[in-house]
Design a binder for this molecule. Structure first.
Ligand code: SF4
Ligand code: SF4
Length: 361
């Protein structure tokens, strides 16, 4: 998981002309004031849940590493990461809330960052990080896919937490519940955004019947006929639902209109060669690393190394790709405006107390 928000200090003349628009200039200056260098850290291999199709456990690239380093070792490691230039850690796992001492070690070094959590365990309110809380549907779907009413508990713990964004991973199993969940989160005072379910290679192999013994705690219910994967028609319907909800709940739904449009396009979101995304910045940037719980890393792995690039629409990768393509958005003022709206929305998802006034679209 990574991104550098880097905007060229030398403005081509046509951008300067577009920035005669006061609103565009304000957002542009705001966006370019951030310099964020990200790497990802699996703080632990442990999780208190076992969700169907989990990107972490349905595969062999995230698990199997030692998970016994103490908090002092983590803090020293985070200091070395800061010296390497990292300014914004993405703290993940499995579930980082089960290792509060490691979260505290990160907070002793970094004053900003992001925790990916399922929201069922209280995270110290003093920690400075944003929280993206995974949501998989309403109570019945939660119970089926995650083993209990995860959203209900997360709302109890985090609805008033200014760090929290509820991140709805939309799948074929819950795409009919988007409106109900958004209404529920909005009425509780929370903020919500969206992710698209992106299957792991192992999950897809199991669906295809290519794994002899497929059943695991994170593969209990799925079949080739009934699973979590989205198809092209789902993408269009999801786009339309989200566009409507953005209109209905502008204070609660934090999502880029331009990103929504881009995600609805059929087929792979990334350019794929030999099964690997060639234009995924998470994989290709040299400063981004995804550390495992034993502090090892591999340059050939992204932040979600089990996931199949050919069907990846994970929001971390999707936003990162488009944000890194500023030069592809300079052909017209409206394209540039799209790019600005996307980056501004991404920052709202990642920076505490980010201004609320977005770019009108
Ligand atoms: S999806 Fe997240 S919360 Fe669910 S089992 Fe995997 S790591 Fe745990
Ligand atoms: S496109 Fe591939 S490399 Fe990039 S985040 Fe998705 S799975 Fe990882």
């Amino acid at each position: 998981m990574f991104l550098v928000v880097s905007v060229s200090p030398v403005l081509p003349p046509r951008i300067a002309a577009w920035l005669a628009n006061e609103e565009m200039a304000r957002i542009y200056e705001r966006v370019r004031s951030y310099r964020i260098i990200i790497s990802g850290y699996d703080l632990t291999q442990r999780c208190n849940l076992r969700c169907e199709g989990c990107f972490f456990f349905e595969g062999d690239r995230s698990t199997g590493y030692a998970d016994d380093l103490d908090a002092d070792r983590w803090e020293a490691f985070f200091r070395s990461e800061q010296q390497r230039g990292i300014s914004y850690p993405h703290l993940a796992g499995a579930e980082p809330a089960v290792v509060p001492d490691r979260l505290a070690a990160a907070a002793a070094v970094f004053d900003q960052g992001l925790v990916y959590t399922n929201g069922t365990i209280r995270i110290d309110p003093a920690l400075p990080f944003m929280l993206h809380i995974s949501v998989w549907g309403d109570d019945a779907t939660d119970s089926r896919l995650r083993g209990g009413p995860v959203l209900a508990k997360a709302l109890r713990l985090y609805r008033d937490d200014p760090r929290a964004i509820f991140m709805y991973t939309i799948s074929a199993q819950n795409r009919g519940e988007i409106r109900a969940v958004v209404e529920r989160v909005a009425h509780e005072g929370g903020r919500i955004s969206f992710n698209h379910f992106s299957p792991t290679r192992l999950y897809r192999q199991k669906l295809a019947g290519n794994v002899a013994d497929p059943l695991t705690p994170t593969y209990r219910l799925s079949s080739s006929e009934n699973n979590l994967c989205l198809d092209d028609s789902d993408l269009v319907a999801i786009h339309d639902d989200i566009a409507e909800l953005m209109q209905c709940f502008p204070e609660s739904v934090i999502y880029s209109r331009y990103y929504n449009d881009q995600l609805a396009r059929p087929g792979p979101f990334f350019k794929i060669r030999d099964g690997v995304a060639t234009n995924c910045p998470i994989l290709n940037r040299s400063d981004h690393r995804q550390y495992r719980s034993d502090l090892s890393f591999d340059d050939s792995e992204c932040c979600i190394p089990n996931v199949d690039c050919s069907t990846c629409r994970h929001y971390v990768a999707g936003y990162s790709r488009l944000m890194g393509e500023m030069r592809d958005h300079l052909s017209s003022e409206s394209e540039f405006r799209n790019w600005l709206e996307l980056v501004d929305t991404w920052l709202r998802l990642h920076i505490r107390d980010y201004p609320r006034d977005g770019l009108a679209t």
